[in-house]
Design a protein around this ligand. Structure first.
Ligand code: G1P
Length: 286
């Protein structure tokens, strides 16, 4: 199986980050000097994906403007001789082919993914959720693409989380078939710690096969009254194998306030232009 296309759902309301998300898409919040979605798109490109569909919604125009060319800004920077800035801006405008489709009602992740059916056009595809930024030498989605190719099956990215946090995630019941690779037996969306079959949590990376669209159409609203992707994938398990792969890398839940702050501090410490100043400041605070 070869994966060429990626889908990035970006229609969510960002209620965990209110009030800023009242007038600003959560995907555009800055991690140092780039919006969250820049890191997600970059991860997909690094894994060899050359076609990206972003599912947007109301109030998300800033995302399209960000990835578009900006001729006025480019002209201004050229006039002023700001060569480095100009190069950076031009590169963003040329990163990859990005397409957009709009989800008209916020009916949840499963419904957002259904909006990708036409674009995906019968091919296997990657899904990257913008709440998770994963920093890794080997891009997280590429790690799943490798297993999907080898096993010819859908693969979900997972990470072990503390038991008291299982209620925030889709949880996997699986049999470990290789180090860090599970054959999935069942999936449960946001169980209580008592109901949870394990603490192996779905983090926002998936390689899916196009039969998920029919499964989604038959899925009734689940947790939170929304069409849940986890429920549709659970239904597909009846017919065939599906895997969960423990992802290697550092994950930041940038959809939460504490995770967003941690990502900003730690990612700034990996930047040559900022490391020294930020580290000096942090040392002084202790
Ligand atoms: C979604 C999925 C959930 C997954 C999570 C990862 O939930 O429904 O299964 O564990 O993303 O971030 P959300 O966080 O959108 O409520």
């Amino acid at each position: 199986m070869r994966v060429r296309k990626a889908v990035i759902p970006a229609a969510g309301l960002g209620t965990r980050m209110l009030p800023i998300t009242k007038s600003m898409p959560k995907e555009m919040l800055p991690i140092v000097d780039r919006p969250v979605i820049h890191y997600v798109v970059e991860e997909a490109i690094r894994a060899g994906i050359d076609d990206i569909l972003i599912i947007t919604g109301k109030g998300k125009r800033a995302i399209e403007d960000y990835f578009d060319r900006s001729f006025e800004l480019e002209y201004y920077l050229r006039e002023k001789g700001k060569v480095d800035e100009l190069k950076q801006i031009e590169e963003i405008g040329e990163m990859v082919d990005i397409y957009y489709v709009r989800q008209k009602k916020p009916l949840g992740l499963g419904d957002a993914i259904l909006h990708a059916e036409k674009h995906v056009n019968g091919e296997p595809f990657a899904v990257l959720l913008g709440d998770d930024i994963i920093i890794s030498q080997n891009p997280a989605i590429g790690q799943l693409m490798e297993v999907a190719g080898r096993r010819d099956a859908a693969v979900i990215g997972v990470e072990e989380v503390p038991f008291e946090l299982v209620g925030r995630y889709g949880i996997v019941d699986g049999e470990e078939v290789e180090d860090g690779l599970y054959r999935i037996r069942a999936l449960v969306e946001k169980p209580s710690p008592e109901e949870a079959p394990s603490n192996i949590a779905i983090i926002g990376r998936y390689v899916l096969t196009p039969d998920v669209f029919d499964a989604l159409k038959e899925t009734s609203p689940g947790k939170g009254g929304e069409i849940q992707l986890t429920d549709a994938l659970g239904a597909l398990l009846k017919g065939r194998e599906m895997f969960a792969k423990r992802i290697t890398g550092k994950r930041y839940d940038v959809g939460s306030k504490a995770g967003f702050i941690r990502a900003n501090i730690e990612i700034s410490l990996t930047r040559e232009d900022l490391r020294e100043e930020v580290a000096r400041y942090l040392t002084k605070q202790r």
